[in-house]
Design a protein around this ligand. Structure first.
Ligand SMILES: [Mg+2]
Length: 287
């Protein structure tokens, strides 16, 4: 097909140039084999053995539902003449123990017209992550964090460290306010992995909230071989704060490129009313 000269009132026979792909045809969906039946996912439904999520077939006229028995096991090879392809359903999870952690892996199943499982994707459980991780925890000890929340942070950190016991994960802890206090590095963690002992002497410093400066300092200091960091490990920085930077000469935009360059993955955890807290004026700071 050739388009004619495109101009005022001079369209060709077909105004659509050959290089323009015509819009796709919208084909009608094949009829559902059971017009009174719908599949309903229940991803938060708890089952036996930490299993979470299931699928129900429901009749919308009666409102009655029945669980579809998808197992999550690898499916048998397809039959020679399997029933006509029917439905993909996703949502259930299979628990997988990786160290002290339980991973919940989702999967999808292909169901035939009798709602029997024909195929599963992925066909097998993924392996537990093997790569080691070095995690720096940077906690906000400024005056806008109250004592209770600071104590809760320490409890949270202890629980996280316990959950990763038995995996190839190292932790280091720093507290920031007007300065950065390095409470323990990766070397110390390797020599004593007891969270209670490691956190025993951590006290809140109070004062201002130089968050960007603190991030820059831990990037430069803690992710180093001298501090026990490993070259081939995942580098992770977790900042726990109420979110309000104060009295800080550095901007986040000045430190984030450094984290990107170093390959450090960052997570932020908000404390109480994120952004709502402010530091007390300097006159009220404890000496
Ligand atoms: Mg603060």
């Amino acid at each position: 097909m050739t388009a004619g000269k495109v101009g005022r009132g001079t369209w060709g026979r077909n105004p659509c140039p050959s290089s323009v792909v015509p819009p796709p045809k919208i084909l009608p969906l094949p009829p559902f084999p059971h017009p009174d039946r719908v599949l309903v996912g229940a991803p938060l439904q708890r089952g036996a053995g930490n299993k979470m999520g299931t699928i129900y077939r429901c009749r919308h006229r009666s409102g009655k539902c029945q669980e579809v028995p998808v197992t999550g096991e690898s499916s048998p090879p397809p039959k020679k003449n399997p029933p006509k392809l029917d439905i993909w359903a996703c949502g259930p999870t299979v628990p997988q123990a990786c160290g002290e952690n339980i991973h919940l892996n989702g999967f999808c199943v292909l169901l035939d017209t009798n709602l029997q499982q024909l195929q599963r994707i992925p066909a097998a459980q993924p392996e537990c992550p093997k790569r080691s991780s070095d995690v720096v925890l940077l906690i906000d000890g400024s005056g806008s964090i109250d004592n209770y929340d600071f104590s809760t942070m320490k409890t949270f950190i202890a629980e996280v460290m316990k959950r990763f016991k038995g995996t190839d994960t190292q932790f280091a802890l720093s507290q920031f306010s007007d300065i950065v206090l390095n409470h323990f590095d990766f070397n110390t963690f390797r020599s004593s992995q007891d969270p209670i002992a490691l956190l025993k002497h951590v006290r809140q410093r109070q004062r201002s909230t130089r968050t960007a400066t603190a991030i820059w300092k831990v990037l430069m200091e803690m992710f180093s071989r001298a501090r026990g960091a490993r070259e081939d490990a995942n580098k992770i920085l977790i900042v726990i704060t109420d979110g309000k930077k104060y009295d800080d000469n550095l901007e986040y935009s000045e430190v984030i490129p450094l984290a990107d360059k170093m390959g450090v993955t960052r997570y932020a955890i908000g404390v109480r009313d994120l952004h709502a807290q402010s530091d007390p004026p300097p006159s009220s700071w404890p000496s």
